[in-house]
Design a protein around this ligand. Structure first.
Ligand SMILES: Nc1ncnc2c1ncn2[C@@H]1O[C@H](COP(=O)(O)OP(=O)(O)OP(=O)(O)O)[C@@H](O)[C@H]1O
Ligand SMILES: O=P(O)(O)OC[C@H]1O[C@H](OP(=O)(O)OP(=O)(O)O)[C@H](O)[C@@H]1O
Ligand SMILES: O=C(O)c1cccnc1
Length: 504
């Protein structure tokens, strides 16, 4: 099961109206057999960071597998009216839409891949109409999950391997925001979620403590602790800050001792306000002195990667981190600006023509062709514990065959170049061929496997790209021949004669 099943059989109408009006336009122009290639990429990693963790592909695949317009979708579209009160859509076009079968080829980075600006995470090739219609949903799914997986990776990095529990559902952006966030947060490295439906649908471990309302429902805190210990003797984490945290820890110790006598164990206490560094240090001392050395201290309260790092620097003795709002909403960078750009068109029976979107801002100029990303690594022992490391990514055009040179050019500054030596492998993997799913090897159901992939891959990158402040920019650039082609197309699009010798 996946969470799209929450919404019924097909979500073909989960799109912007203009995709449908353009689709009718293409249809009217007789372009139903025109093919296109689009790529999905972001330009800058989120949170001021140096990388992103790709996520959402499985959801996107489920979306494409079910992609069809149902009779009630068509019926709804039939009822839409333009400003002059005439039907917006031609009945013949709607018939075409109703009979349309997904037939695109898709290549994508597996979930958990580490991805950089300008690199396509997904490439789709097939009928222009279908590629166009899929834009909005693909962006919606991949932008958000990639954003949250990246946030989770940052939070987990700050927690230095200690468990991070995702507590965000109550403050997430609606139902799907909450579900998708729980999924993506697990991919990014969280240990568990409080979201029970995410546990059921995605196989994520579920964990939780109890709320202040539990304590407040009894006449005293100690009574509430006793009642909880009695009700859930095998799942006890006492929330100690309802009235006075130090008194709360004392009460937790009293009830913990009572539980011990009955053969049970208090697994932890939770701090949810006040100075979490100071309180955790005091609580640890009190717990240790009372013989509760393995009782964990859980902390929560608007935590994020920076507060966790700061708490660690202050010597906080927190062993488990409950992170909600900042994680599930991507609080300080609420949207990943992923875009989906057309890069080539082929009329029926014709040749592929590269396409480019020109902008005054260099960063917004799209890449032409059928783009692939090759990641190069060096296997020699490095200063990062004797492992190899990744040294640079080459964004190249498969229409030109194998990369023509080993030089990459910074997409934003063509004077910055780097020669990539060593071995490389391509990151975009086959997922669909002519509408048929071929991605079993690369689209995993098991979120543990995806999480492990992300953790493992991230460990191969230099720490400098992972730091929170002014991260080092990992070299990810256009292979020189692609850069030259792009330059030629920009010059032509701006109305000048081509002055380079590159041909396609
Ligand atoms: N020692 C600390 N160093 C850095 N940040 C901390 C520290 N202790 C707590 N924080 C963070 O400071 C923020 C505010 O903490 P504060 O105690 O003011 O919370 P609060 O929400 O006002 O408390 P309450 O929940 O009682 O209303 C939270 O994001 C919390 O995680
Ligand atoms: O701060 P976050 O990172 O979002 O983590 C989740 C928060 O949600 C709960 O508070 P809430 O006040 O909603 O309920 P409570 O009464 O159980 O504390 C919990 O106690 C955390 O403080
Ligand atoms: O289980 C918890 O402690 C929890 C769950 C959701 C939000 N805050 C805390």
């Amino acid at each position: 099961m996946n969470h799209l099943s929450l919404y019924g059989t097909s979500l073909a109408l989960l799109t912007d109206l203009y995709q449908l009006t353009m689709a009718q336009g293409y249809w009217k122009q007789g372009m139903t057999k025109t093919d296109a290639i689009f790529h999905l990429n972001f330009r800058k990693p989120p949170f001021g960071g140096g990388y992103a963790v790709a996520a959402g592909l499985k959801t996107a695949v489920d979306y494409m597998l079910k992609y069809e317009f149902q009779p009630d979708d068509i019926e709804y579209l039939e009822g839409l009216r333009a400003d002059d009160d005439e039907p917006l859509f031609d009945p013949e076009f709607l018939k075409f839409l109703g009979e349309m079968k997904f037939s695109c080829s898709v290549d994508a980075m597996p979930e958990g891949s580490i991805v950089f600006g300008h690199e396509p995470m997904l490439r789709i090739e097939g009928p222009l109409i279908q590629c166009q219609l899929l834009e909005t949903a693909l962006l919606n799914i991949i932008n958000f999950q990639t954003l949250i997986a990246t946030k989770a990776a940052r939070v987990c990095l700050a927690a230095e391997g200690e468990p991070v529990l995702e507590f965000g559902l109550r403050r997430a952006q609606g139902i799907d925001g909450g579900m998708a966030a729980s999924r993506a947060a697990f991919i990014g490295g969280c240990s568990a979620t409080s979201n029970v439906l995410a546990g059921k649908l995605f196989g994520i471990p579920v964990k939780g403590t109890h709320a202040h309302s539990w304590i407040m429902s009894f006449d005293s805190e100690i009574e509430a602790f006793r009642a909880y210990a009695e009700a859930m003797p095998n799942n006890v984490v006492f929330l100690v800050d309802t009235y006075d945290t130090i008194e709360g820890v004392k009460n937790a110790i009293i009830v913990g001792d009572e539980m011990k006598k009955l053969g049970h164990k208090a697994a932890g206490i939770r701090l949810d306000s006040g100075d979490l560094a100071w309180l955790s240090i005091q609580a640890r001392k009190m717990l240790d002195e009372a013989g509760f050395e393995d009782t964990a201290i859980v902390a929560s309260n608007s935590l994020n990667e920076r507060t966790i790092r700061s708490l660690k620097e202050q010597g906080a003795t927190i062993g488990v981190w409950g992170v909600g709002t900042h994680l599930a909403t991507g609080w300080d960078h609420p949207a990943l600006g992923g875009v989906y750009k057309l890069s080539a068109v082929r009329a029926e029976g014709g040749e592929w023509k590269p396409k480019i979107k020109v902008s005054e801002q260099r960063v917004k100029i799209s890449n032409p062709g059928r783009i692939q990303v090759r990641r190069f690594w060096r296997n020699e022992p490095s200063r990062f514990g004797g492992k190899g490391e990744f040294i640079g990514d080459m964004i190249y055009d498969e229409f030109m065959g194998e990369p023509q040179t080993n030089i990459i050019v910074d997409p934003l500054d063509s004077t910055r170049r780097k020669q990539l030596e060593g071995s490389g492998s391509d990151l975009l993997k086959p997922i669909f061929r002519d509408g048929e799913f071929v991605g079993e090897e690369h689209v995993k159901d098991d979120l543990y496997e995806i999480q492990e992939h992300a953790r493992y891959m991230l460990s191969y990158f230099d720490d400098s790209i992972k730091r929170f402040e002014y991260p080092h920019q990992y070299p990810a650039g256009l292979e020189k021949s692609l850069h030259d082609l792009k330059t030629k197309l920009i010059i032509e699009a701006r109305g000048f004669e081509d002055d380079t010798s590159t041909t396609w």
